[in-house]
Ligand binder design. Structure first.
Ligand code: F0G
Length: 352
């Protein structure tokens, strides 16, 4: 059955009365990344990419949004409200359209990738540019919520319930939990949700638990500093967040799983972004590549020294590269021009 509520209904807080608002999210590919694995000094079957950009609106947010919007409709909400660095807004806009609800999105002015803004507008979301950063926008969203307005940021408990299903899919695909799970960290909802999903399956099935490896951008790394960052700054705009809402839950995920939360520079993030696209054929958005940059940094410092032969590492690539065409333009690429003439084209082909 399509959509993750139907697929995982017995593990989610829904009943037969809950209306299912779905765009057939979830069930995303888990793809080997042999070239990235090689760069990390690992075997060709060690590193797997969970391609969340294959969700209906192009990011992992759809997993949480099918739950949050379905529950909002069940509760009689007339509209949904969120702050967003872009992907949550795109997803909320689509699911609200599907449900026939109003949708208001609060975006940090000038810091949202073009494709995400296009999605919010296309789906008819009432779009508000906030003169401030994401943390300011979330504060406003929290204040506006209540009454017939449902807040659909990841502080909404149904969001994390939906997002935990990604772990179920990973375990089903690999036959067990991986040894390590790398993912970017912004507001820290997703690391929390994955950990919850892995624990839930382990308790019931003995499928094991990974070390949760979260990565922030160095200019927006409150977990590394141990305190909120007033002016977060990174070109990976999706994770440009200084005061993560799920702070305590993410720390718990890190400690319980004996994992790490680290930081990677924008330079390392953009390098990994290019490598994933060029060498393994997967185009994700820059923030998603923080997971790959984190993998390479962890490998470089000798993190995998005592790794077993059947080591399994999963990286979540949280969003689709098409969302951020401006970032794609920063990758080293060559465009040549050619007259509309076969001989000229053959000469061009002959040159490297
Ligand atoms: N990757 C992408 C592509 C994201 O859009 C986000 C968060 C994250 C990673 C971080 O996930 O917040 O659960 O730690 N985007 C939110 C948004 C904040 O508004 O779209 P997190």
């Amino acid at each position: 059955m399509a959509g993750l509520i139907n697929r995982w209904r017995e593990r989610l807080p829904v009943s037969a009365q809950t209306p299912v608002i779905t765009l057939h999210e979830g069930n995303t590919p888990l793809v080997l990344a042999p070239r990235l694995a090689k760069r990390a000094g690992l075997g060709p079957e060690a590193v797997w990419l969970k391609i969340e950009g294959a969700n209906p609106t192009g990011s992992f947010k759809d997993r949480g949004m099918t739950m949050a919007v379905s529950k909002a409709v069940e509760a009689g909400a007339k509209g949904v409200l969120c702050a967003s660095t872009g992907n949550t807004a795109a997803s909320a806009a689509a699911y609200a359209a599907r449900a026939g609800l109003r949708c208001v999105v609060l975006l940090p002015e000038g810091a949202v990738a073009l494709g995400k803004l296009a999605q919010a507008l296309a789906h008819g979301a009432e779009t508000v540019m906030v003169k401030g950063n994401f943390d300011d926008a979330l504060r406003l969203a929290r204040e506006g919520a209540g009454g017939t307005w449902a807040l659909v940021n990841s502080v909404n408990p149904y969001r994390l319930e939906g997002q935990k299903t990604a772990s179920f899919e990973v375990v089903e695909a690999l036959g067990r939990a991986p040894d390590y799970h790398f993912l970017p960290v912004g507001n820290a909802g997703n690391i929390t949700a994955y950990w919850r999903g892995y624990k839930e399956f382990d308790v019931e099935r003995g499928s094991g638990r990974p070390r949760m490896m979260g990565w922030q951008a160095a200019g927006a790394a409150p977990f590394i500093l141990g305190r909120p960052v007033a002016k977060p700054n990174t070109k990976a705009t999706a994770i440009r967040i200084g005061n993560p809402a799920s702070w305590d839950l993410a720390i718990t995920a890190r400690e319980e799983s004996r994992g790490e939360i680290g930081a990677v520079t924008d330079k390392a993030i953009f390098e990994a972004y290019g490598l994933l696209a060029r060498e393994d054929g997967v185009f994700c958005e820059p923030s998603s590549a923080a997971s790959a940059a984190g993998l390479l940094a962890f490998a470089k410092k000798g993190g995998f020294k005592k790794a077993s032969a059947d080591l399994k590492v999963v990286l979540t690539l949280t969003g689709n590269g098409l969302k951020d065409p401006d970032s794609a333009k920063t990758l080293k690429s060559r465009i040549r021009t050619c007259s509309a003439d076969a001989a000229a084209f053959k000469r061009l082909l002959a040159k490297t």
